[in-house]
Design a protein around this ligand. Structure first.
Ligand code: FE2
Length: 258
């Protein structure tokens, strides 16, 4: 099983790069399953809409994960109730709509995708370690499902790495999202789980985490009237990783950055 995981898609330019390149990337790398973090895909970089999600699915995305920006576009509160391929962090308050875990069937395999959000410097949510422990009690690799993929959306690398080790041997792949900065620590952990602290973003890197660099800097320096940050709209780099997984064990064989 070849898995393609893509980092946070940033604004309209990130979307158009994905739209123009995803089918080719899928074909060239014989990808079987695609996950993208879509919580910054709206024009202003905040949230996602039904239209955008459906465009992603049409281009070959199997599951969209998210994080702290999931509720920024109010229409998503209704859409996430009916669209199972769009996930929000599982450790968000239980009364919020949508789900953070779902099992998808593809090419004869059962693939479980889990979306989590860390606790430090993030929106308040349930303790991510306790939540993870309760989830993996019930979902077991090669018992209930063939592959388990976990998106850990968060700011602090230490929490993501600790979760990677917690899930080592119990999941196919654990990857981080949210910081928009790709890390070079893509590895196979000692018990066979592929891990990367952050995939980076699909956006314009001549920016500050995908946002217009002039506005962002001016807002920090407070030298002029404060302006709303907007996504940078220059040349986009698509960032993510490709994970090859063993169909018999459900564990990872390789993880290479895209
Ligand atoms: Fe985020």
């Amino acid at each position: 099983m070849n898995l393609l995981i893509l980092g946070d898609v940033m604004g309209a330019s990130g979307r158009s790069a994905l739209k123009n390149n995803l089918p080719k990337i899928i074909a060239e790398n014989k990808i079987d399953f695609v996950i993208v973090n879509g919580e910054n895909a709206a024009d202003d970089g905040r949230g996602i809409t039904k239209l955008i999600a459906e465009e992603f699915f049409l281009k070959g995305v199997d599951v969209i994960t998210s994080g702290n920006h999931i509720w920024d576009k109010k229409e998503i509160l209704e859409y996430i109730k009916i669209e199972k391929r769009l996930l929000r962090p599982a450790n968000m308050h239980k009364d919020l709509p949508g789900k953070g875990i779902n099992i998808f069937k593809k090419k004869g395999f059962k693939i479980c995708v889990i979306n989590l959000m860390t606790n430090m410097f993030m929106l308040k949510s349930e303790n991510v370690f306790k939540k993870t422990a309760s989830i993996i009690k019930n979902i077991k690799l090669k018992k209930n499902v063939d592959f388990i993929i976990v998106d850990v959306h968060g700011e602090f690398a230490g929490e993501k790495i600790a979760l990677g080790h917690m899930l080592d041997g119990k999941s196919t792949l654990v990857f981080g999202s949210h910081t928009h900065v790709p890390t070079a620590d893509n590895i196979i952990l000692s018990k066979g789980t592929a891990y990367q602290t952050d995939l980076g973003m699909c956006g314009d890197y001549n920016s500050v985490i995908g946002l217009n660099k002039k506005i962002f800097l001016n807002n920090f320096l407070k030298i002029k009237n404060k302006q709303k940050n907007i996504p940078a709209s220059g040349k986009v780099t698509i960032c993510g990783s490709i994970v090859k997984a063993n169909n018999k064990t459900g564990l990872a064989v390789s993880i290479k950055q895209l």
